[in-house]
Design a protein around this ligand. Structure first.
Ligand code: SF4
Length: 383
């Protein structure tokens, strides 16, 4: 069934908010948060650790820390609490994006069960399972993801346990990888070019002859599809294949894309068809899926990436994150003075809806809007 991706108009008179049809929390994040809070309830008096941030949301992570949960690693894999400090009496929660086999082994060796409080999202596990299936048919895996991201490290580790695996960050890297498939670049150069991105014993002369592409589920689905299409095309040409026999060298993995990432991204495409003055994207600054939503919006109009309503300082000033330079910047006169001002709003998969509501409240309050959120809600309920 075709989904509707037109945004919802919240018309406050002098300010019109176009809210993306799908935004915010996905199943995986809700599930992870539920399990994490249950873990705290079920283990009074025990030390509870999270392998790393639960999800890329500062509020949720702060709430958990205030309940006594400690993070073992930061988002870049730097160790905050050494594994040697753990005992079998401790509880360790595995985050939504999963973890590497090496870390699972470490926890098992200490005697900490990993199944009970494992919040790995089923859609991430689906990628691992699909990798395993195609590995059994002797395909190597190309992972499209950010090499340092926890989920990519975890997916790489699970795939590499079964088959030769390499990570590409973007289309340019896929093009560079493709040159080893066609033989345009000598195989010997692969190891320096993809240093730290390929599995043990990867043989560039033969391990790129049968491949399948999977992704870090929060990458732009259209980018992953473009990379898969590009590599498939190379295989068709290099081995003189056609659609009826391409499967011999290129595995179809389209079914591994996460529905939530897809829906939130498609809803942004739908939202961007509305002519507006600016866009606000709400989410954690280190959230991959949120930064992709920002990327889509900023191609079309001025876009402000914020993590709380407090970043809207006044009708004249906003503090927002530039994810390209990884710093917060201040922009003046971000809110045009004409009436009505039209604003597109969406949020990432790990952003609670309450934060989006706060942002809307703040905007309408600053603009002295003609209607309140309650009035708008009543109008909707009356329809
Ligand atoms: S974005 Fe998708 S894969 Fe990631 S946690 Fe959410 S549902 Fe799972």
């Amino acid at each position: 069934m075709k989904k509707d991706f037109t945004p919802t108009l919240l018309d406050f008179g002098n300010i019109q908010i176009y809210l993306a049809r799908h935004f915010g929390f996905c199943y995986g994040v809700e599930n992870a948060i539920d399990i994490a809070f249950r873990t705290v309830d079920e283990n009074p008096g025990k030390r509870i650790f999270l392998l790393s941030e639960m999800i890329h949301n500062p509020q949720v992570n702060t709430d958990l820390q205030e309940m006594g949960v400690q993070f073992m690693q930061d988002t870049y894999g730097r160790q905050l609490v050494p594994f040697e400090n753990l005992t079998k009496e401790d509880v360790v929660i595995i985050p939504a994006f999963g973890t590497t086999l090496a870390i699972e082994e470490k926890l098992n060796a200490i005697g900490i069960p990993i199944e009970k409080y494992n919040t790995t999202c089923p859609f991430v596990e689906k990628v691992w399972n699909r990798s395993e299936q195609i590995a059994k048919k002797d395909y190597s895996i190309v992972v499209h993801g950010k090499p340092a991201h926890e989920e990519t490290r975890a997916t790489f580790s699970h795939a590499a346990a079964n088959t030769p695996t390499v990570v590409v960050n973007d289309m340019q890297e896929a093009i560079n990888l493709g040159k080893y498939i066609t033989g345009e670049t000598p195989a010997a150069e692969f190891y320096a070019e993809f240093k730290g991105r390929y599995s043990h014993n990867f043989d560039a002369t033969k391990d790129l002859q049968h491949i399948g592409v999977v992704n870090q589920t929060t990458m732009l689905a259209s980018d992953t599809q473009a990379i898969a299409d590009y590599l498939k095309q190379l295989m068709l040409q290099t081995y003189q294949l056609n659609e009826s026999n391409i499967a011999a060298r290129f595995a179809d993995t389209r079914d591994t894309l996460c529905y939530a990432t897809n829906d939130n991204q498609s809803a942004v495409y739908g939202m961007l068809e509305t002519a507006a003055d600016l866009a606000i994207v709400v989410g954690g600054y280190n959230s991959s899926n949120t930064s992709h939503l920002v990327e889509l919006c900023e191609e079309k109009l001025p876009t402000y990436f914020i993590n709380t309503s407090e970043k809207i300082i006044s009708p004249h000033q906003i503090v927002h994150y530039n994810f390209h330079t990884r710093e917060e910047v201040i922009t003046s006169d971000f809110l045009p003075s004409q009436s009505p001002v039209k604003i597109l709003i969406t949020s990432g998969a790990s952003c609670p809806d309450a934060i989006v509501e706060d942002v809307i409240e703040k905007l309408i309050e600053m603009r002295g809007a003609h209607k309140t959120v309650d009035t708008i809600l009543k109008e909707y309920q009356a329809v």
